[in-house]
Design a protein around this ligand. Structure first.
Ligand code: ADP
Length: 259
């Protein structure tokens, strides 16, 4: 069984079926790029994986653990979902940083809240918080922002904000890091610095699912490419297959727009 197995995911909003029988798998250390026209269901799929939407049908299995099964209510209890959500990290299109907190606090906040639930928290509070701070600083150094720890989001560029968001998503050490069009809200001159950070993560074998319109980037970093249209996976394969020799007419038409 693959590290991530997504089986038969379906999702409707009202009467509109936005995801129809989505099946794919992902090995540890692999990168999947999801491409496709606007409205094809890419964001909804990422939101389902991150428990921000509840699929109507299907199951999600990570590392042999069923983390969601639409047929099994026991996988959907709030206490369970909170834990299972930690398997995935999500970087949003619009960064979604907390404006009232510094860069470092944005990265450490979730870990600090989570640490309060540790049985040894009261006893070891100082050491635990120091460890979280150190990890936050290490992650911010990894995305090239060691000199911005005390800045507030409005004081840094969009590209820097998105790099903070990446560090924040890494802070809880997710098994799978998801990106929803991470550069589409950025000016072209800021896109490169964010893509470079993501490429660095890929080189360190971070397991990732990246929704993107950056076709050259997808071809460069992805092990596998999924083309979605109208709620279905039309085609999936290696970048060479999907970009170099697409099987489906719909894929060819879509890619022709980027030539
Ligand atoms: P993509 O990311 O490929 O652009 P989305 O997943 O954002 O596609 O959207 C797929 C479809 O689902 C669109 O038609 C969109 O309008 C619809 N949709 C997304 N979220 C909601 C929602 N919360 N309520 C109703 N419709 C939604």
């Amino acid at each position: 069984m693959a590290f991530l197995e997504v089986k038969g995911i379906e999702k409707s909003f009202g009467t509109v079926k936005v995801l129809k029988k989505i099946d794919f798998s992902l090995e540890k250390g692999e990168v999947i790029a999801i491409i496709g026209p606007s409205g094809s269901g890419k964001t909804t799929l990422l939101r389902c994986l991150n428990f921000l939407e509840r699929p109507d049908k299907g199951s999600i299995i990570v590392n042999n653990e069923v983390i969601f099964d639409a047929m099994d209510p026991s996988t959907q209890r709030e206490s369970e979902v909170r834990k299972k959500r930690l398997h995935f990290g999500l970087v949003f299109q619009n960064f979604n940083l907390f404006p009232q907190y510094t860069v470092l606090k944005n990265v450490t906040l979730a870990a600090e809240l989570l640490a309060k639930e540790r049985p040894d928290y009261k006893q070891n509070k100082k050491a635990i918080l120091k460890e979280i701070q150190d990890r936050g600083k290490m992650l911010l150094s990894q995305v090239g922002l060691s000199d911005k720890l005390d800045c507030y989001p409005h004081m840094i560029s969009g590209g820097q904000q998105q790099r903070v968001a990446i560090a924040r998503a890494l802070a809880l050490d997710p098994d799978i890091l998801c990106f929803d069009e991470p550069t589409s809200a950025l000016d072209p001159e800021l896109t490169g610095e964010v893509l470079k950070v993501i490429k660095g993560l890929a080189e360190r074998n971070t397991t990732m699912i990246i929704v993107t319109h950056e076709m050259d980037f997808a071809r460069d970093v992805a092990n596998r490419v999924i083309f979605m249209d109208a709620g279905v996976i039309v085609e999936q394969g290696s970048p060479q297959e999907v970009f170099g020799n697409p099987k489906e007419e719909r894929t060819r038409q879509f890619l022709a727009r980027y030539k």
